[in-house]
Design a protein around this ligand. Structure first.
Ligand SMILES: [Fe+2]
Ligand SMILES: [Fe+2]
Length: 340
């Protein structure tokens, strides 16, 4: 029977405490969904000094397994951060359930060992380590190296799968069992019939900046244009030709001198890093916010916000690297896009 005084707070409280004893909750008790991701920009000129200061305070090993400084983006899926390794430093080998990528920002000549293969990291290179790939980092060069780490840590944690992690048992570094470039040959266009890896989360791979830049420049020369992103290339999974990973994918894009892209909005959260150039991200049509960026700045674009990209230079192209969780939204039938 409906109690005419059902808005009585005491009765509600009594009912709710009974619920909590029994491990129940009412639909009306759920907190309103709050959208925590807001557009945000991190300026390299402010970030880099703090990253270098971190090297004075935090030692790899005694203080931290990895010297990674994360950006608080509000994303529930992808964690973004910068990792710094000084000359002579080594970060020990391990593997885990998180899928990871490294995009080299500054420095060069350090290497990441991926399942026994040394991958020498140069600025603009992208290295991918799908889940359960052994990896460690060694900086044998004479300059600090800084790269972007992006991991699908939020997704793995949400799925309660983070417990799968392992450290290399025999010492801190893996032995080099393969030669440089092995994965590019093993998973390249000329490969053994057996290399298909159906159902595997992916393979370790090294996308070299020189080739990425050439491919993008040739696309630009052919006049290839996406109305919302300029010259846009995706880093394909070398085995399947699909997205970089199952959970996230990476793009490189070029905005031509003076270019402003059209407005659109879509689901998914995207994190950008400015490889070169000067420009702006414009978010929202009404009370638009303009985030002006320059080389090595980073910014986050939240889901379902109108946005456009602008190259502020009349003479130089601008290049943006980005990583997005849109593959997950496609997989779950939640990918939506609306032209402006
Ligand atoms: Fe790791
Ligand atoms: Fe977009």
């Amino acid at each position: 029977m409906i109690n005419p005084d059902s808005d009585n707070q005491k009765e509600r409280d009594r009912l709710h405490s009974k619920y909590s004893e029994m491990g129940l909750r009412g639909y009306w008790q759920l907190p309103r969904e709050n959208h925590e991701v807001e557009p945000k920009l991190w300026k390299w000129k402010e970030l880099r000094p703090v990253l270098m200061e971190t090297t004075d305070v935090i030692r790899i090993g005694p203080d931290a397994f990895r010297r990674n400084v994360g950006l608080i983006t509000g994303s529930k899926t992808i964690s973004m951060g910068f990792q710094i390794v000084l000359p002579g430093e080594k970060a020990a080998a391990h593997r885990h359930a998180n899928t990871a990528l490294r995009f080299v920002v500054n420095g060069g000549g350090a290497s990441t060992t991926s399942n026994g293969e040394p991958m020498v990291m140069e600025p603009g290179d992208l290295l991918i380590q799908p889940n359960w790939v052994w990896h460690d980092h060694v900086n044998d060069s004479d300059e600090p190296i800084i790269w972007i780490d992006a991991l699908d840590a939020g997704v793995v944690s949400f799925l309660d799968a983070s417990r799968f992690r392992q450290e290399w048992a025999e010492g801190k570094q893996q032995p080099l069992t393969k030669s440089g470039g092995a994965s590019r040959r093993l998973y390249g266009p000329v490969r053994e019939q057996s290399v298909d890896y159906h159902g595997a989360p992916g393979v370790p791979y090294h996308y070299k900046w020189r080739e990425t830049l050439e491919a993008m420049q040739e696309s630009a020369d052919r006049g290839s244009q996406d109305p919302y992103d300029g010259v846009l290339l995706e880093y394909k999974n070398p085995i399947t030709g699909g997205h970089t990973f199952l959970t996230m994918t990476c793009h490189i894009q070029m905005l031509l001198p003076g270019q402003t892209t059209r407005f659109h909005r879509h689901t998914g959260t995207t994190h950008y890093h400015v490889v070169q150039g000067d420009g702006a991200l414009i978010v929202d049509k009404h009370e638009a916010k303009e985030f002006t960026w320059t080389e090595h700045d980073s910014f986050t674009l939240p889901p379902w916000r109108w946005h456009q990209h602008k190259n502020n230079s009349a003479t130089e192209p601008a290049i943006l690297f980005s990583v997005t969780d849109r593959p997950l939204l496609q997989m779950t039938g939640l990918d939506r896009e609306e032209p402006g």
